[in-house]
Design a protein around this ligand. Structure first.
Ligand code: KIV
Ligand code: ZN
Length: 522
């Protein structure tokens, strides 16, 4: 299928989520799927339903919401996986089954221990079965870039004959280089019968830092779908970054003669959402969405910019949804001004969310004189994810000195309105606060990572804390924001505790031998 429109296939929720430390809760995945729909991606690969019952449920929840884009699920070439994908995605009006099997000699010999013919048979069987269930079937020969060209052409031809409507060529290990990948795509276009009747797709990993360049080479050669993730998150060094490929095609449209249907002003808010949810912070110098992407520091650049922005600026920050103004709102700003700013920042909140966000904004304005865009974004990121309980933090008091152990006192409010107070000591204020939270709630967590990031500017900037913790062998991540880092960390810790307790209440995990009943109620 040619034409000059490039379809954007987002795999943030599947390949992106496979990255260490990037797992997301079903609620977070739904939120990201909604944001991807607002970004106007063509396809959302929502997950790998056979991987776990949780994955299945998340894909199904996204498909059932039917936000608009095609909802896709990944399957190995076996009937169980394919049936699971179909059951999970069929709630969406437009859905896709994506089947894959490795084809390179290394994978054939060491991973699959299958002969070339067996792999073709398996691919054909899977595509045929998927086509019986669904009109939209994608086939991926995993590790295609390291597969013998003639054998790859054979596999791809067989998959197309069996009914694949999209064929995706992955550079699974991020090994190829642009000129070589360009050659591979041209070879396939020349040698595979029927390839012009399907959508040819590209899927690159960033191990050598060339995922975007290799994807551009593929589209230049004829691919018409790019698989990518927000902020380039994904296995190992990540996947092709969605915002980079989209802006490269847009900014250099005179060279490529191609376009996407992406609403580019949603790029920055979506990037912020994914970074906040996953705790994978975007490097300051990251193209398109990094903090410095549009900052001009050198005097000579600033001078040029003042004369004409095109001297040093090839894209406008507004085009990607960055409309940063320095000082935005303050203590006396009203609800309307707040709502307008939220809209300008590219967020689409419903009435309930706006009300909650505005309450948080007012609280923050009491503590912090100047409120920047980053502060508002931080509030919005957490207004939805802030858990509804069972425990809510009423107050936190910490004392620390170089001479003595740190001491913390927390007061939490429980589901029935009871106030429970606990004190604890620790090597530092954070350890003491976490210990006190564990005492009130009876949930013991093991802290694995504590990350802090500044949400905005100035000495009184809010700290965004992400904690990664383990509970009974399961890893959880929580987020908290405050002008006080200890409070932000404690909120993040409590968010996870609440999540664990809600899972216990739902019977998803065993309840702890909670000692909460013995605690003093004040
Ligand atoms: O990198 C890869 O090969 C994949 C396939 C499953 C498409 O993610
Ligand atoms: Zn991949």
């Amino acid at each position: 299928m040619s034409g000059n429109r490039i379809r954007i296939f987002d795999t943030t929720l599947r390949d992106g989520e496979q990255a260490p430390g990037c797992s997301m809760t079903p609620r977070e995945k739904l939120r990201i799927a909604k944001a991807l729909a607002e970004l106007n991606v063509d396809v959302i690969e929502a997950g790998f339903p056979a991987a776990s019952p949780g994955d299945f449920e998340s894909v199904k929840a996204i498909a059932d919401e039917d936000f608009g884009p095609v909802i896709c699920g990944l399957a190995r070439c076996n009937p169980e996986d394919i049936e699971k994908v179909h059951a999970a995605v069929k709630g969406a009006k437009r859905h896709r089954i994506h089947v894959f099997v490795a084809t390179s000699q290394i994978h054939r010999e060491y991973k699959l221990k299958m002969a070339k013919e067996e792999i073709i048979k398996s691919a054909v069987g899977a595509v045929t079965m998927a086509r019986e269930l669904c009109d939209d079937v994608e086939f991926s020969p995993e590790d295609a870039s390291r597969t013998e060209h003639s054998y790859l052409a054979e596999v791809v031809s067989a998959a197309i004959e069996a009914g694949a409507t999209t064929v995706n060529i992955p550079d699974t290990v991020g090994y190829t280089v642009p000129a070589e990948f360009d050659r591979l795509f041209r070879y396939l276009i020349e040698h595979v019968g029927g390839i012009n009747d399907i959508t040819l797709s590209v899927h690159c990993h960033d191990d050598l830092g060339m995922a975007v360049a290799n994807s551009l080479a593929a589209v230049h050669a004829g691919a018409r779908q790019v698989e990518c993730t927000i902020n380039g998150i994904g296995e190992r060094a990540g996947n092709c970054s969605l915002e980079e490929i989209v802006m490269a095609l847009k900014t250099r449209s005179e060279f490529f003669g191609l376009h996407t249907d992406i609403e580019t002003t949603r790029l920055y808010p979506t990037s912020r959402l994914v970074s906040s949810v996953t705790g994978m912070h975007v490097p300051r110098n990251k193209a398109i969405v990094g903090e410095n992407a549009f900052a001009h520091e050198a005097g000579i650049h600033q001078h040029g910019m003042l004369q004409h922005s095109s001297t040093y600026e090839i894209m406008r920050p507004q085009d990607v949804g960055i409309s940063r103004s320095s000082l935005v709102l303050g203590k006396h700003s009203g609800r309307h001004a707040f709502r307008d700013r939220v809209r300008e920042l590219g967020f689409d909140l419903d009435e309930f969310e706006i009300n909650r966000a505005f309450q948080e904004f007012k609280k923050l304005a009491d503590k912090k004189k100047d409120l920047y865009d980053g502060d508002i974004e931080a509030i919005i990121m957490h207004v939805d994810s802030s858990s509804p309980g069972p425990w809510v933090m009423k107050s936190l008091e910490v004392h620390s000195s170089t001479e003595h152990k740190a001491r913390a006192k927390v007061v939490l409010v429980g589901e029935n309105g009871e106030h429970v107070e606990e004190r604890a000591e620790g090597d530092g204020p954070i350890a003491a606060s976490f210990q006190a939270l564990e005492r009130v709630t009876g949930v013991d967590l093991t802290l694995k990572k504590f990350e802090v990031r500044s949400a905005s500017m100035g000495g009184d900037a809010q700290g965004e804390v992400t904690v990664t913790v383990e509970h009974n062998g399961v890893s959880y991540r929580g987020h908290g924001t405050s002008v006080d880092t200890v409070e932000a960390g404690s909120r993040a810790y409590l968010e996870v505790i609440n999540r664990v307790l809600r899972r216990q209440q739902r019977g998803e995990i065993a309840a702890a031998d909670s000692a909460a009943a013995t605690r003093a109620t004040i």
